[in-house]
Write a protein that binds this ligand. Structure first.
Ligand code: GLC
Length: 583
């Protein structure tokens, strides 16, 4: 990777994910909104991030928190208006923040005009060709067209005649339609040219409104295998079963980790990662190259191994892809090292910059997840009967992981609230849960609501200041600890997680980290990872005991996630700690 200053902004950007429902509520209805985000943009500038990614705010019945889009060119009244979006974009620009929006091309909402028209027009119609309607199997077509399961549980097919009358739009046939997610999220048929034309136009629409990049939802799902064949495997997604290596029993040996263990070559099934998806991204790349060569497309693609992910970021496709192998690597030096090595090598081989991410709106926050045990993937939420993970241990590991991530070459994605050390919590009561994964499985899957709890701005106010000045609580209740973790309780306190993030982000920018080459360094033991980026040495102690490092007499600790004991010629890193050292 080059250290050139002319590299496009996204190559080393720190991107902050905002989940609009839960960030800041300006109109006091308990639901976050665009004006709320605009009022908090200065906070993000001061935090020191380069870009803001907004999860969907489009017109939507909100069956899946807005990932069920009814109109791709309008703002849901819950979140404001197009004028509010324009104001947000203008303010972001003024503050020097880039803006990324979410694009959901795998499926629409069942409330989308196209789906309503498809139902009304009936089997064999032009309107149905934009979705995946099929006749059923077996006598009377009573069996679904294939055996696929929804990622949120239950079958991936719903029969038109089983739809409630108010949704059916007069349809009286008994075809089935495919939905890899909720039944209110019908999959589009990307063999249809109208679908292609529509999304090119949607990209143009948001680009004209000042957007710098697009995060592509379920980027690996758009094209399905010809004939929609049955499949016996298990769906691989955050919500499902990404399983990295079982590292617990190998952590104490010196054997190198085989990358194939950490990124098991999984058959993604006939619904995911089909070669045909790449044509779509080449088409989008060509459009954006013409509109704005600096624009970025970012793939949400849960595919393994890394070499399959690299295909999405070839020079004529997307610019970046989320690195879920890093997110699911767990708290294990050897697995983390192997994922870092493989990411840099395999993504670099196609000329792409690696990305790093530890939290998002689909997984347990890393301040809690890293205290859960060896596995980095699953579960996707905590329930009341689970033991509450050790908060101090989780936060220690989370800060160490974050400090490591922020030194890695490439760009880093942060999720709202991680800069406060917010945890997931077992106090979330089931009656509040809104995740379709919970609802479709009758609670067998606990779902992702725990990481979507509203932000906490002012500890002494109702709802910890989520709704500006209003005496209301947010759409999901906050655990009691959220008040103490509020922005106003952490601001200006040198030992707070917030000030730690601010300091790390400022240093990362000053030192040009993210644009440096990484080289590995020898370490005192298997639980310690050490690499150099420029003249900064980044050392992470994954173990729970202190380790002593020999350093030169003039070595300087630039920042550390724990209390480092500095002596002449050596320093002692406490357990579960990362330090940036200039040596
Ligand atoms: C992606 C989103 C997730 C959503 C799903 C369906 O995985 O991150 O939140 O439920 O796609 O759109």
């Amino acid at each position: 990777m080059s250290a050139s200053t002319t590299a496009p902004w996204w190559r080393d950007a720190v991107v902050y994910q905002v989940y609009p429902r839960s960030f800041a509520d300006a109109d006091g209805d308990g639901m976050g909104d665009l004006p709320g985000i605009t009022r908090r943009l200065e906070y993000l500038r001061d935090l020191g991030v380069d870009a803001v990614w907004l999860s969907p705010f489009y017109r939507s019945p909100q069956a899946d928190g807005g990932y069920d889009v009814a109109d791709y060119r309008d703002v849901d009244p819950l979140f404001g208006t197009l004028a509010d979006f324009d104001a947000l974009a203008a303010r972001a620009r003024e503050l020097g923040l880039r803006l990324i929006v979410d694009l959901v091309p795998n499926h629409t909402s069942s409330a989308h005009a196209w789906f309503r028209a498809a139902l009304a027009a009936g089997p064999g119609s032009r309107e149905r060709a934009r979705y995946l309607f099929r006749d059923g199997r077996g006598p009377g077509g009573d069996e679904p067209p294939n055996n696929w399961e929804s990622i949120f549980g239950g079958r991936a097919w719903t029969r038109v005649s089983d739809l409630p009358v108010d949704i059916r739009a007069g349809a009286d046939d008994d075809q089935w339609y495919l939905h890899l997610f909720d039944s209110s999220q019908p999959d589009l048929d990307w063999t249809d040219p109208q679908v292609h034309a529509e999304f090119l136009d949607v990209l143009r629409f948001w680009h004209e409104r000042g957007v710098d990049g697009f995060r592509i939802d379920v980027a690996h799902g758009l094209v399905k295998a010809e004939g929609l064949p049955d499949w016996a495997g298990t769906v691989v997604m955050a919500e499902g079963t990404v399983d990295t290596a079982d590292t617990a029993d190998t952590a104490d040996t010196d054997d190198p980790v085989d990358p194939a263990d950490t990124a098991a070559a999984t058959d993604s099934g006939p619904m995911f990662d089909q070669d045909g998806v790449h044509e779509i991204y080449r088409e989008w790349h060509a459009l954006l190259a013409e509109l704005d060569p600096e624009a970025a497309l970012i793939a949400e693609a849960w595919v393994q191994p890394m070499s399959r992910l690299a295909l999405y970021v070839r020079p004529d496709e997307m610019q970046q892809a989320f690195n879920f192998a890093y997110l699911t690597a767990g708290w294990d030096a050897r697995v983390v090292r192997s994922v870092i090595e493989e990411s840099i090598e395999v993504l670099g081989a196609v000329g792409a910059s690696p990305t790093w991410v530890l939290s998002n709106h689909d997984v347990i926050r890393h301040a809690t997840r890293l205290a859960l045990g060896a596995s980095g993937s699953g579960p996707n939420g905590l329930r009341a009967s689970d033991p509450q993970p050790d908060a101090a241990l989780g936060l220690r590991r989370a800060k160490a992981a974050t400090l490591q991530m922020l030194a890695l070459p490439g760009s880093a994605y942060l999720y709202q609230g991680e800069e406060l050390g917010l945890p997931d919590h077992t106090t979330m009561r089931d009656e509040f849960r809104a995740d379709p994964a919970f609802l479709r499985t009758d609670g067998a899957e606990v779902g992702r609501d725990g990481c979507r709890v509203p932000m906490t701005w002012a500890g002494g106010e109702p709802g910890a200041g989520f709704s500006f000045g209003a005496d209301v609580t947010g759409w999901l209740p906050q655990p009691a600890v959220y008040a103490d973790l509020a922005v106003d309780r952490q601001e200006g306190r040198a030992d707070s997680t917030l000030e730690f993030y601010r300091a790390a982000l400022a240093l990362r920018r000053d030192l040009g980290l993210g644009r440096r080459e990484l080289s590995w360094r020898a370490t005192p033991g298997p639980d310690v990872l050490a690499f150099a980026v420029g003249d900064v040495h980044v050392v992470t102690n994954f173990g729970d005991r202190p380790v002593r490092l020999d350093v030169s007499p003039g070595a300087e600790v630039l920042i550390a996630s724990g209390a480092v004991d500095r002596r002449t010629g050596s320093l002692t890193l406490p357990g579960e700690c990362t330090a940036w050292i200039r040596d």
